[in-house]
Design a protein around this ligand. Structure first.
Ligand SMILES: NC(=O)c1ccc[n+]([C@@H]2O[C@H](COP(=O)([O-])OP(=O)(O)OC[C@H]3O[C@@H](n4cnc5c(N)ncnc54)[C@H](O)[C@@H]3O)[C@@H](O)[C@H]2O)c1
Length: 334
């Protein structure tokens, strides 16, 4: 049984604690949370020790795994601290606010010999897993292009304020939810973003982060060659929507989040039957970390893979500010 500490007891920290309850191989031992009310509530509900500071928790508990579920600007500091205590990491997405930060986390984990996994939850959602299985099976042919659309009320009143502060969050809807879309497209199509042209708007009624983005991406992948994708996200008013359409030489595939996956190889779409999955997505995510720890292999969402998402996001902001298309890998990491 490995002992796990959850650092940050907000919206997703709570979900991690729930996921840990589903798993026999892992046991939550502690929660670190600044807010005393939340800290004590979580400690009572999950039967774990509560701490206000990371150092105290690490010294007293010596957990084997730390989950970092903090505001984005704290990811690096927390990761380096936990790594230096010898913890394996489940670090929430986005990995950090810059590629330079990612590089420092990756180097520290390597030096210490601990496993670093980033919580790219898209890999564990039932629709996405079903879509990935169809794509990997190969009958859809060569991947050509994709469009990913997401609308949410990003400026909702109950979103914690740090999400609207560029220093803390690293950006707005693109940094937070665009990270999911970039990861989803790269993972589903086994490709990497190579070029980015982006246009953002800053029209939210709170903070200084972007509230919408239109990204035009060029992707490349070993098996699939060069392909293109658009990501459109809006965080202003209107009904929520999250859809991804992928187009291949032999057919098309649509993922409608929370609804289903549709595949078309002829005149109509067929809705896929999704397999029953007893575990929740964040529990499956922990099982992947455990599998890596047992086999000694890098997780799918390794530091270097997750850095690729941050590199694409850096290019998004640079492209918007400069009006230019940005080619990845051609810039100094800053
Ligand atoms: N994988 C997903 O689908 C998913 C979903 C939601 C959030 N996230 C990510 O999880 C992370 C946290 O997001 P959230 O929505 O839970 O935010 P949140 O604001 O709800 O939770 C963050 C918590 O950290 C606490 N905190 C802040 N500074 C602290 C410190 N120094 N020590 C201890 N506690 C501290 C805050 O009090 C807060 O309770 C972010 O990286 C976010 O992008 C991922």
């Amino acid at each position: 049984m490995m002992r796990v500490a959850v650092i940050g007891g907000g919206a997703i920290g709570l979900r991690h604690l729930e996921a840990l309850e589903e798993l026999e191989e892992l046991e939550a031992c502690a929660v670190v949370e600044l807010d005393e009310t939340i800290r004590l509530q979580l400690a009572r509900r999950f039967g774990v020790k509560a701490y206000a500071g990371m150092e105290d928790m690490l010294a007293a508990e010596q957990p084997q795994i730390a989950v970092i579920a903090l505001p984005h600007h704290l990811h690096e500091e927390a990761a380096l601290l936990c790594i230096s205590s010898g913890c394996h990491l489940m670090l929430e997405k986005p990995m950090a606010n810059s590629t330079a930060s990612c590089d420092r986390i990756i180097a520290a984990a390597k030096r210490q010999g601990v496993t670093l996994m980033v919580g790219h939850t898209q890999h564990y959602l039932p629709e996405n897993r079903a879509a990935k299985a169809v794509i990997d099976e190969g009958s859809l042919g060569r991947f050509l292009m994709a469009q990913d659309t997401r609308h949410v009320d990003y400026f909702r009143r109950n979103r914690p304020p740090w999400f609207f502060d560029r220093e803390s969050a690293g950006g707005g809807i693109m940094m937070n939810l665009g990270a999911h879309s970039i990861d989803k497209l790269q993972w589903l199509t086994d490709s990497r973003v190579r070029k980015v042209k982006a246009s953002l708007t800053y029209l939210g009624d709170r903070g200084n982060v972007e509230g919408s983005g239109m990204l035009m991406l060029e992707l490349d992948g070993g098996a699939t060659g060069t392909s293109t994708a658009t990501i459109v996200q809006s965080g202003y008013k209107g009904a929520s929507r999250s859809e991804t359409e992928l187009i291949f030489t032999n057919g098309m595939l649509r993922i409608v989040a929370g609804e289903g996956v549709y595949v078309s190889k002829g005149d109509s779409y067929e809705k896929l039957a999704l397999p029953e999955e007893p575990l929740i997505p964040l529990a499956l995510q922990f099982l992947d970390l455990l599998a890596s720890l047992r086999s000694g292999s890098e997780p799918e969402c390794s530091g270097s893979y997750s850095r690729s998402v941050i590199e694409a996001l850096e290019a998004v902001y640079l492209s918007h500010e400069s009006g230019l298309e940005i080619e990845l890998g051609k810039r100094e990491s800053g």
